[in-house]
Design a protein. Structure first.
Length: 197
């Protein structure tokens, strides 16, 4: 399916997702030639992976070098229209895990994320926006974790109870708890469907 159609088919759960989806759709129309590329220095599409364990009570995170905080995995689309493939590739590269699969194949969340100005590979990168298309991914806690030193300084499973303002900024608390709820709601809904049929 065309990436624009996937985004249009995404059903927002709240005002933030409705507004961010509206802006993303408009931005794609304005910049169809480079919305998937870093050449668009104002904003470009990225694909994020929110990696949970099978029990949905822990999240696999990396300690991000640029942001200097624990964060989910993800990366630039770099022209690839298969956002799920990008999210899975980035999840593996950034954590060292070998097996990861989506909880479901459709987009879990659309979020516009600010990226502060920083130095990357000796070059200054101006403040810009990541137009994040996110997926909920599932991996085993038994997987060996490996730090990707050029991007992060740590990889670990974090219990869901830690997603509070004691450990994360308020927007990340909102974002991560939103995804935890979506994962758990999906499992509850599908468990009920299985029991009914």
């Amino acid at each position: 399916m065309d990436f624009k159609e996937q985004i249009k088919e995404f059903i927002p759960d709240n005002d933030q997702e409705r507004q961010d989806k509206k802006i993303l759709v408009q931005y794609i129309e304005l910049f169809p030639h480079n919305v998937l590329l870093r050449d668009n220095e104002i904003a470009h599409i990225t694909s994020s992976g929110f990696i949970m364990n099978k029990a949905l009570d822990k999240v696999l995170m990396v300690h991000h070098n640029i942001l200097n905080t624990w964060a989910w995995t993800g990366g630039h689309a770099d022209g690839d229209e298969d956002f799920l493939k990008v999210a899975i590739k980035e999840a593996k590269e950034e954590t060292g895990i070998k097996k990861v699969s989506p909880l479901f194949d459709h987009i879990a969340s659309i979020d516009i994320l600010p990226v502060p100005g920083h130095i990357k590979n000796g070059q200054y990168v101006s403040t810009h926006l990541h137009l994040s298309v996110a997926y909920i991914l599932i991996a085993s806690e038994d997987e060996k974790l490996v730090v990707k030193e050029d991007e992060n300084s740590g990889v670990k499973w974090i219990p869901v109870e830690r997603f509070t303002e004691d450990y994360f900024n308020s927007y990340d608390v909102y974002l991560y708890n939103k995804l935890i709820k979506k994962a758990r709601d999906y499992i509850k809904k599908n468990l009920k469907s299985t029991l009914i049929s």
